[in-house]
Design a protein around this ligand. Structure first.
Ligand code: UD1
Length: 338
């Protein structure tokens, strides 16, 4: 299939792009580089030995989107484009709602106008809000999100569900990601957050690199085995392969399916730190800090629906995730700017 990746220069998108190319698909990228850079796609081309057409455009620009659909025979779209920083979304809610909803609406209108009705969407476990119980299943009621970023994901899920109800020819897969970490084993592509990282693994790798002096562990009094927060960390290459399976599924089915992409195993902050230290032989100085507002004690997936519907399950271990995250960071101390 010819697959358009919106936000295709980003962290999860570049890993997905490589897996799509390896599976024999063609990829086309559109990105406005608001939080990414052209070098990331260049490295995907280098690793795959294939060329990837790239359009520098905003997905909310209808004329630019029309041109992409006119110049390419697109069979399906994976919609990664979106603002994703939780704290920033609390400070700039209108920017988040405007950007994430506008891009999705324009994308769907463009797709409909060009008769393209297969879509895979980057959703997030954040839509589950504060869970009553874990593991999280797709049919559980989502009581509400803790920040505007999460609400945009929640609202987009609803919009895409309505699109499928109105037109039974549409096929949409809503992928709820848990916590993607790690990098391609080559060390050529990986996560490159702007500024000081918000998420745990990029923070740890920057401490390991000496760019930051210690990790603050946000709370050690949660109701978890060691008191620190428990999450379902998933290797980004496994996540990329999940998208390939979701595209294959969307090509054979219609309607809207919600699918968790996680491992089903929860690890604590201290599990991650200790595994990182052991695998890479680097000490990570830690200090216990207050809980971070909006955090939940434990969040991990029931991944059985992905296995049943997509035939997909994660294969990488926590050791792989810690090794590959550090390999990327140590080979690219300043990310793509080196
Ligand atoms: C967060 C977002 C989620 C988003 C995801 C992207 C919230 C509530 N959730 O998930 O919507 O999809 O990022 O990957 O913000 N931690 C520390 N010290 C740090 C950083 C994190 O102790 O410096 C802890 C956190 O308290 C948490 C765990 O590490 O227990 C993971 O945090 P993080 O990587 O930020 O992901 P989430 O909060 O799970």
């Amino acid at each position: 299939m010819n697959i358009l990746l919106t936000g295709g220069a980003g962290y999860i998108a570049t890993h997905t792009c490589l897996e799509l190319l390896a599976a024999g698909h063609e990829a086309i990228v559109v990105d406005n580089y608001v939080n990414s850079c052209p070098e990331a796609v260049r490295r995907v081309e280098e690793l795959s030995g294939r060329s990837v057409p790239v359009y520098e455009a905003d997905v909310s620009d209808r004329a630019a989107m029309d041109r992409i659909f006119e110049e390419n025979r697109i069979d399906a779209v994976i919609h990664f484009a979106g603002l994703k920083a939780v704290g920033e979304s609390v400070r700039q809610p209108l920017r988040y709602y405007r950007n994430n909803l506008d891009t999705t609406l324009t994308l769907c209108e463009t797709m409909a106008a060009h008769g393209v009705k297969r879509l895979v969407f980057s959703s997030s476990a954040t839509v589950y809000g504060v869970p009553d119980e874990v593991p999280l299943r797709e049919d559980m009621f989502c009581k509400g999100c803790t920040n505007p970023y999460g609400w945009t994901k929640y609202m987009i899920e609803k919009i895409l569900g309505s699109v499928c109800e109105a037109d039974p020819e549409w096929s949409v897969v809503l992928l709820r990601y848990f916590n993607p970490i790690g990098a391609h084993e080559s060390g050529r592509i990986g996560e490159d957050p702007a500024g000081i990282p918000n998420n745990l693994m990029p923070f740890i790798t920057q401490v390991a690199a000496g760019r930051l002096d210690h990790l603050n562990v946000f709370g050690n009094d949660y109701d978890t085995p060691d008191g620190t927060g428990v999450r379902d960390y998933i290797h980004v290459v496994d996540l990329g392969r999940g998208h390939v399976c979701a595209c294959d599924y969307a090509a054979k089915h219609t309607g809207c399916e919600i699918i968790n992409l996680g491992t089903g195993v929860g690890y604590s902050v201290l599990d991650i730190v200790r595994t990182f230290e052991r695998v890479n032989g680097i000490r990570i100085p830690c200090e216990i800090a207050p809980r971070r507002p909006g955090d939940v004690a434990a969040c991990y997936a029931d991944p059985s629906k992905a296995k049943r519907l997509l035939g997909w399950e994660a294969t990488h271990t926590l050791e792989d995730m810690c090794r590959d995250a550090w390999h990327w960071q140590s080979m690219n101390p300043m990310g793509y700017r080196t």
